[in-house]
Design a protein around this ligand. Sequence first.
Ligand code: GTP
Length: 594
Amino acid sequence: FPPERVRNFSIIAHVDHGKSTLADRLLELTGAIKKGGKEQYLDKLQVERERGITVKAQTASLVYRYKGEEYLLNLIDTPGHVDFSYEVSRSLAACQGALLLVDAAQGIQAQTLANFYLAFEQGLAIVPVLNKVDLPAAEPEKVAEQMHQVFDIPPEDCLMTSAKTGFGLDAILPAVIESVPPPPGNTAGPLRMLLFDAFHDEYRGVICMVEIIDGHLRKGDRVVASSTGDTYDILEVGIMTPEPASTGQLCTGQVGYVITGMKSTRSARVGDTWHLVKQPVEMLPGFKPTKSMVFAGIYPITGADFDALSAAMDRLILNDASVTVRRENSAALGAGFRCGFLGLLHMEVFHQRLEQEHGAMVITTSPTVPYSIEHTDGSHEEIQNPAQFPLGKKLSGVWEPTVAATVVTPSEHLGSIMELFQERRGEMLEHTVLSPARTLLRYTLPLAELGGNFYDSLKSITSGYASFDYDEGEMRKADLVRLDLLLNSETVDALARIVHRDKAQRIGGKMCEAMKEKMGRQQFEVIIQAAANNKIVARETLKAFRKNVLAKCYGGDVSRKRKLLEKQKEGKKRMRRVGSVDVPQDVFHALIKS
Ligand code: GTP
């Protein structure tokens, strides 16, 4: 297939607007999969279903006949959440066009906007599609009008489809061929290819998804990854149909997979440019190493499970190179790991996978964003753990990452949403009325404020009718302090947090109360305090209560006494010592969870 008969496109949509269903129908239409055959439906994790993240994207090459010519259409799937926005933008970089899919009953949602902007910034041709027109609640004319207002798309350009009944589907691929330009590469040039995704296959090792920007690639070629300088032999090359099918070569503009004997997806840098050895080319723009935006400690529920956890993590990160892992020790929780994630949802997905796929029971400490500490000499230091926040030292300031958030909501919830954002230290950027019933808001707010039940609050105040999405924002200076919990004047490392000064007292008070309640009475008096930058802001006292396990045993039943003593010793094993206080590990777990 010469480039003029190749089209590379993706589908961008809000969750549940029908992207997977439409992709399946397009595959059926071109014979890539059998009609009514096995749904491409991936076994989704609960968090994926709830939040609409597709963690691993699927790409497929379709052959389609149009006006007497055969075309090779590459449908490039993108991950479904902005935690992965860099991956989304890299997959979009492999495309020249995108189907902008919108549910004709729900209209434009937050993710529609965020994905549209990503595609628009890359200069992609947009093919607007209003799906689910079969629904009784569908209002395609109104949604077409919204598309005009928000994206400046003429209403008559919108295709009307139902991926369920099949209505209107015949018009989609012709529109892709007509509207999306062919890939612009240089067929004669030296090989330049974009790596836009990679996954680990149990039998075949790492499989990299690539687009040939210039030149061509053959089996047996020796290539270099620009970002690392590592060289690889191309052991196999082919296209996804959607199963990998070896073709022996890929030509300019084509999208496919390569197998190189690479050991871990960690070596496959998404967005990287590859070229032939001794034939260097200019790197494609936009490459950046992935950056962790959320850090948390991950600890086994009991110390003995550390090796099992370690093995489970190794297996999981084979397929998710965007997670960073370091060993970490906590006085309160024992041996564990400090992990970096792309965002909160990414963290939740990782946690659920550890538990569901690898049977590792773990506790995740409260997540932290990367703060930048500005010292008085003007130097900056990034900290990934609240326990690294310097105390007793004068600082020039503390900077925190922000996000640009988009919300689309039924207008009746506007007031409560604005309150929520205010409380979360948000600053409004935009307020647009989409229709009499729907409003679009854009805010800048600290990334850290998306934690602590933000999503649940948003859901409950809007009964689930608002959609939310965000994009990376700038670093911003804020009045932040380190909040510690102390037991008899000793800090509990795993519970340290960085919070806004105005909230320190309230959060500190709550932590002390929760600690008192969870700990129950102890053999000695325990003073529980919260300190903001070393200054006590809250206090509770736990009264002494001497527990004598032998008190109940009158007389001389020695064996019973021994049993009780042993039982008590066993209980002690799961204790963690903080200064002079023994705390059952469960208490820390309960506190982190609350
Ligand atoms: P994620 O994969 O979770 O991101 O969602 P998605 O956008 O891929 O949506 P999906 O294809 O899973 O469709 C969501 C729901 O809408 C499913 O229950 C589909 O059966 C249904 N659906 C998709 N297209 C149509 C349509 O044209 N009409 C109707 N009535 N339902 C549809």
